[in-house]
Structures are given as structure tokens and as C-alpha cells.
Design a protein around this ligand. Structure first.
Ligand SMILES: [Fe+2]
Length: 254
């Protein structure tokens, strides 16, 4: 009888260890960074017949009113983002080997791109990647960061207000067109990064994005004209914190 109890006890302990491993493993960076580079968000870059396609917008054009107007969202998505997708496909025409590779791979291995199409792939592919990311981190429902997310932000920036100021200042001071990102660095810390044009943060220092803001003029000009600061302040009301938190934990998965 005692033998059966021992077996049951060991079995229960094994289950407990398994559950504990699954719970805590997300808090540690595991796997090589090269693996992480290939997986984060790559599944969201939808493809069909070896061609990139515009991903479905997760809300109606008017869903982000009054902070982002319907006309801007429609033009931004159907004209600007669509153009990046079309130009990326055009650049890759006839390059079957490159068409078969994930977009994130192409963007992080520019040396493997022929010189004649390198800029077109980097610029338009980066545009497709960043916009795809951008649409998903906004929501029509007003959200606040969870306690866990807030703790992560406080750990890296001291307070949420410090983070908001650092991010907003980076977006406001970005010269010309570009993107402001919240990323996880190789130490697992959250850091604010800005990129010019359609540069993505993965190409330098192994940074992994969890949140992004488009500060190209086409993202705000119809409603805000030259008042980029006003657009940035309004955008804080649109953040899909639930998605940002998912992005954070995705970085630590193999
Ligand atoms: Fe844009």
C-alpha cells in the first residue's frame, strides 16, 4: 500500500514540476537570439502563392476615432501599406529562393539580397513588417496595461510616466519619417528605440519589438497636419496593451 502511495506522490510531484517549468520558463530568455529573430511576429506576415498580402485590419476604419480618423486609417492601410506590399512583391519577382524565405529573415540578412533589389526589399519589406505590427498594437477598446505589464515597465523605466515621456520624446524628436519602438533587449530589459524610414529594430543589437508607433506624416497629417505631438498624445489612448504583453512573452518563447 505504501508503495502505491509513493508512486502516486512521485507522479504528483512530476506534474507539479512540469507545471512550474511551464509557468516560469517564460521569464527567462531561452533559445538562441537567432531563433527569436525568426519567430517573433513572422507568422503575422501573411503570404499566398509566394506573394505577400495585406493582412486583415483587426477593426473598422472608424474604430480608432476620435484619436485616429477613419479617412487616415483607410488611406494609410489601403494605399500606403498596400503599396509597400505590392512593391515588395514586385522586387522579389523571379527570385524564387528569396520568395520562399520569411520576411524577417530577408530584412535581417541584407547581404543575401542581390544589390539590384536590396533597397527595394529592405524599404518595402520593412514597411510591410512595421505596418503589420502597428495595426495589431492598437485597439478600439480603451485599455490599461495589466499589473504584470506595469511592473515590467516600472522595472525598466522607474515609472509609467517616465516611460511615456521617453517614448513620446523619442517619437516627437525623430527627424523626418520613421518609427518609435518599445523593445526587449538582450538583457530582457524594455528599451525605447527609434528607426528611420522603415528600419526595424531587429537589425541592431538583437532588439525585439513589443510596441510601435508610426510617425510618418501619412499616419496623422489629415487630422493633425504638422502637430505631431498632438497625434502622439492621442495615440496613447489606442494602445492594445493585451497584445503588447503577448508580444513581450512571445520574445521569451523558443
Ligand atoms: Fe505608415
Amino acid at each position: 500500500m505504501s508503495k502505491i502511495i509513493k508512486v502516486i506522490f512521485i507522479f504528483l510531484m512530476l506534474i507539479l514540476l512540469f507545471l512550474a517549468y511551464n509557468y516560469f520558463s517564460c521569464f527567462f530568455i531561452s533559445g538562441s537570439h537567432a531563433d527569436i529573430l525568426q519567430t517573433v511576429f513572422s507568422e503575422k506576415i501573411l503570404r499566398s502563392d509566394m506573394k505577400y498580402t495585406l493582412p486583415e485590419l483587426p477593426y473598422a476604419y472608424s474604430a480608432l476615432e476620435p484619436y485616429m480618423d477613419a479617412r487616415t486609417v483607410e488611406i494609410h492601410y489601403t494605399k500606403h501599406h498596400q503599396a509597400y506590399v505590392d512593391n515588395l512583391n514586385k522586387a522579389l519577382e523571379g527570385h524564387i529562393d528569396l520568395q520562399a524565405k520569411p520576411l524577417l529573415y530577408l530584412l535581417t540578412h541584407p547581404d543575401e539580397l542581390p544589390g539590384g533589389i536590396r533597397d527595394a526589399v529592405i524599404n518595402n519589406g520593412g514597411g510591410h513588417y512595421a505596418h503589420t505590427f502597428f495595426w495589431t498594437i492598437m485597439s478600439q477598446e480603451k485599455q490599461l496595461p495589466s499589473k504584470k505589464m506595469l511592473d515590467l515597465i516600472i522595472k525598466s523605466f522607474g515609472s509609467f510616466d517616465n516611460f511615456k515621456k521617453e517614448f513620446s520624446d523619442a517619437a516627437k524628436t525623430l527627424f523626418g519619417s520613421g518609427w518609435t519602438w518599445l523593445c526587449v533587449n538582450q538583457k530582457g530589459e524594455l528599451v525605447v528605440v527609434k528607426t528611420h524610414g522603415h528600419g526595424i529594430p531587429q537589425v541592431s543589437g538583437g532588439l525585439q519589438p513589443v510596441l510601435v508607433l508610426d510617425v510618418w506624416e501619412h499616419a496623422y497629417y489629415l487630422k493633425y497636419q504638422n502637430r505631431r505631438s498632438e497625434f502622439i498624445e492621442a495615440w496613447w489612448n489606442l494602445i492594445n496593451w493585451s497584445q503588447v504583453e503577448q508580444n513581450y512573452y512571445q520574445v521569451f518563447k523558443k
